[in-house]
Design a protein. Structure first.
Length: 461
């Protein structure tokens, strides 16, 4: 007890001293708090614009729609350039016939139309389709080499040379009319851009990927691939085959066509569709050997391909004894199948009314722009706005073709994006109205009129 009293008194003294300084301590703590609040306010004032910018960026990212199929708009569809030796009349007439042939193939994608009597007659009177022509010096265009049965291993390439070319511009309405009268049609200049993954298997069964930077045995093949794709109006991309590609997929992934891996590796190129092609030597069949007997024949090379464009699939196979010709046959096959799907033909007596609804039309100016866009589509004779309100416009179209083909042309555009129609997306057997109404119709059944499709207007991007 005696030892604890001084401690209590001391504690009591300290307590009395703390009471005397309490107000001063509280005042100092209050001033420090005010200083802290002022510093926080200053930092907030400086950081506020940054936070607003970051918030706005996050909102925009969240509001950005998922990537959709958006085709590439081609230009100079009705122009051609042909190499000539001189400016003589004979050379000019021959070059004009070749230019018209290439233009008809590029616009229609239909090789069979060239054998039509109207087209044959037009090729004998090309001048009536010409708007203007001229001569110019330009780099020589690589042509297919028919005397090459194997891809060359020579890395040396000649320096670019200049050649005299005839440039010609054809009359678009007359070309379109000729194709329609010949029973073919016009493939719109809005065309899907395709990424091509190619695996080449040599005679020793070694496989390698081919890309845009090949300077070895496949360089000539890839050059011909690009040349023929440009001539046929088929937009293509070739992979870089850099470190990113090598880490994303392997030769086996492309050869076996693993879709998930291919989709991941292709995403960096943002293509509309992806083609996987395999080049290899075909084994002779017993029947071939019996026919040829003991004579040794040239090896037969095969290229099989698969195209994935959204939910659509195409496939084909071409063969030739000359590898370089595979590029031309390959591009021709792809172009023919795509054009058959997207080519819009005109048939006399098949005029019909068709309605279409467009959402996200926020002003009358946008409604007029949508009307002009629809009117510019091939085989659309007339477009009228039936109703407009609540950011939605309904159009009445006068068509000269199957409405399903117009749907394909709109799907490949950048101005409109399809919207799921309530009541139709739940049908598992018919997942896509475009596939339903583009299915081949039997001669006994007239073409079905699809339900009113709904699109969202996005305008020019």
């Amino acid at each position: 007890m005696m030892e604890s009293l001084p401690r209590c008194e001391k504690f009591g003294n300290v307590k009395r001293l703390s009471t005397a300084c309490y107000l001063l301590l509280v005042r100092r703590l209050f001033m420090m708090h005010l200083l802290f609040l002022s510093e926080v306010a200053m930092i907030a004032a400086v950081m506020k614009p940054l936070w607003l910018a970051l918030t706005l960026a996050l909102v925009l990212v969240a509001a950005t729609p998922a990537p959709v199929q958006a085709a590439l708009e081609l230009t100079r569809m009705y122009q051609a350039q042909i190499a000539v030796n001189d400016q003589s009349v004979a050379q000019r007439n021959q070059a004009l016939r070749e230019a018209l042939t290439y233009t008809l193939l590029k616009v229609s994608g239909d090789e069979q139309v060239l054998s039509h009597d109207l087209v044959q007659s037009a090729l004998q009177n090309v001048s009536k389709f010409v708007v203007q022509y001229g001569y110019r010096q330009a780099p020589a265009v690589t042509q297919p080499k028919s005397n090459s049965s194997n891809l060359s291993n020579d890395d040396t390439s000649p320096a670019p040379v200049q050649e005299l070319q005839l440039w010609v511009q054809f009359d678009q309405p007359q070309i379109d009319r000729l194709l329609q009268e010949a029973g073919s049609g016009v493939w719109s200049n809005l065309r899907p851009e395709l990424l091509i993954w190619t695996v080449y298997e040599d005679l020793n069964l070694r496989r390698r990927l081919l890309g845009s930077g090949d300077n070895h045995e496949a360089s000539e093949f890839m050059q011909q691939l690009v040349t023929h794709a440009n001539a046929r109006g088929l937009p293509i991309k070739l992979p870089l085959l850099d470190l990113n590609d090598s880490m994303s997929l392997s030769v086996l992934d492309v050869w076996a066509r693993f879709e998930d891996t291919l989709a991941f590796a292709s995403s960096r190129y943002s293509p509309d569709g992806v083609i996987t092609a395999r080049v290899y030597q075909a084994e002779p069949t017993p029947s071939d050997a019996a026919i040829e007997g003991a004579a040794e024949s040239a090896p037969q090379w095969v290229l099989d391909w698969v195209l994935q464009l959204g939910e659509l699939r195409w496939r084909g196979e071409v063969s030739s004894s000359e590898q370089v010709q595979l590029a031309q046959l390959f591009i021709s096959d792809v172009t023919a199948q795509l054009a058959q799907r997207y080519r819009i033909s005109s048939h006399a007596g098949s005029t019909q009314q068709w309605q279409l609804q467009v959402q996200n039309v926020t002003s009358l100016t946008q409604a007029i722009a949508a009307e002009q866009f629809l009117l510019a589509l091939p085989s659309v004779a007339n477009v009228q706005i039936e109703a407009y309100g609540e950011h939605t416009a309904q159009f009445n179209l006068l068509l000269q073709t199957n409405p399903g083909q117009i749907l394909q042309a709109i799907d490949l555009s950048k101005q409109m994006r399809p919207v799921s129609v309530p009541g139709h997306e739940t049908e598992p057997a018919q997942p896509n109205y475009r596939e339903r109404f583009l299915a081949p119709q039997t001669p006994e059944q007239p073409p079905k009129t699809p339900p009113m499709p709904v699109y969202r207007w996005v305008g020019s991007e």
